[in-house]
Design a protein around this ligand. Structure first.
Ligand code: ZN
Ligand code: ZN
Length: 285
């Protein structure tokens, strides 16, 4: 099985990879028999189409994923059940596993919505980007990541990033080159930018979380509410507490509370509570 350890991100293709001789080795423990019949565990045309779309977009929000799921099932006349998206993705993931890829879910720190990203699990560190970026570009991306991860608010200003080129060990980058690189990183969905400030994109966090947790053990904190890694967030000002909560999690947690208190130490929560953002149409609460 390990014969196809292709590291290319373009794995998968339209041809179905070898007949699954071993897939029946039921991995029940984790996938606790989610009432999916045996037949439907086969990857069909609908799954393939879903995967192909994911390969093009890289990351899509939950609403788009649901719509895409429905579209793929209807187009290929396969059974569709609105609440079975996770099972549908599990089937794709079971076939992606030998290629060290996975469709993984994670929250956007901007709007609190769930997103699905197609991630490469073979190389979770920055070297996986080396086919698209030169060494000095990767060095600067690393420096940008350092700035973001070690900051209080999960952001790095363009000025700070430009200044960090001074300490580069690979070929130093000019201002214009740095600016060009930053816009490429935004375009490729590794970074997000708002008013000259850069944050890690949702895709980057979903994909690189294991790497970030290992590399920045001393700096990384998880959100007290959702337990995911937290960059853009609010911090409890009690020095003995100092928990972090994502902005969207703050919004949801403190909604309607007149005197917000820290869920850990019970001190007054002194920050402005953001509004709960909703996905445009469906207003599930
Ligand atoms: Zn959170
Ligand atoms: Zn606290």
């Amino acid at each position: 099985m390990a014969s196809r350890s292709s590291s290319s991100t373009a794995a998968g293709g339209s041809d179905s990879p070898q007949k699954p001789t071993k897939t029946k080795r039921t991995r029940r423990k984790t996938r606790k028999a989610r009432a999916v019949g045996d037949m439907s565990r086969q990857m069909g045309e609908s799954h393939r189409r879903f995967l192909q779309t994911m390969m093009v977009s890289g990351v899509i929000d939950e609403q788009a994923a649901k719509a895409l799921y429905q579209y793929c099932c209807e187009t290929h006349h396969t059974q569709y059940a609105p609440d079975k998206l996770e099972d549908f993705i599990d089937i794709i993931n079971s076939r992606l596993q030998p290629m060290f890829m996975q469709i993984r879910k994670g929250m956007s720190e901007d709007n609190g919505l769930q997103y699905y990203a197609l991630v490469n699990m073979a190389e979770t560190d920055i070297t996986r980007m080396s086919s698209d970026y030169a060494d000095n570009e990767l060095e600067l991306f690393r420096k940008t990541m350092d700035l973001i991860v070690c900051s209080e608010n999960g952001k790095a200003s363009s000025t700070d990033i430009l200044n960090s080129t001074d300490s580069m060990t690979t070929r130093k980058m000019k201002k214009s080159e740095t600016e060009h690189l930053l816009s490429r990183l935004v375009h490729d969905k590794w970074l997000s930018e708002k008013r000259g400030e850069y944050t890690l994109s949702t895709r980057c966090i979903i994909e690189m979380e294991p790497y970030i947790r290992t590399m920045y053990q001393d700096h990384v904190k998880v959100c007290h509410i959702c337990r995911n890694i937290a960059f853009q967030c609010q911090i409890c000002e009690n020095p003995t507490c100092g928990i972090k909560i994502h902005n969207p999690c703050v919004a949801r947690y403190f909604k309607g509370k007149s005197e917000p208190r820290c869920p850990s130490c019970d001190d007054f929560w002194p920050h402005e509570i953001p509004e709960v953002k909703r996905p445009h149409s469906q207003s599930r609460r």
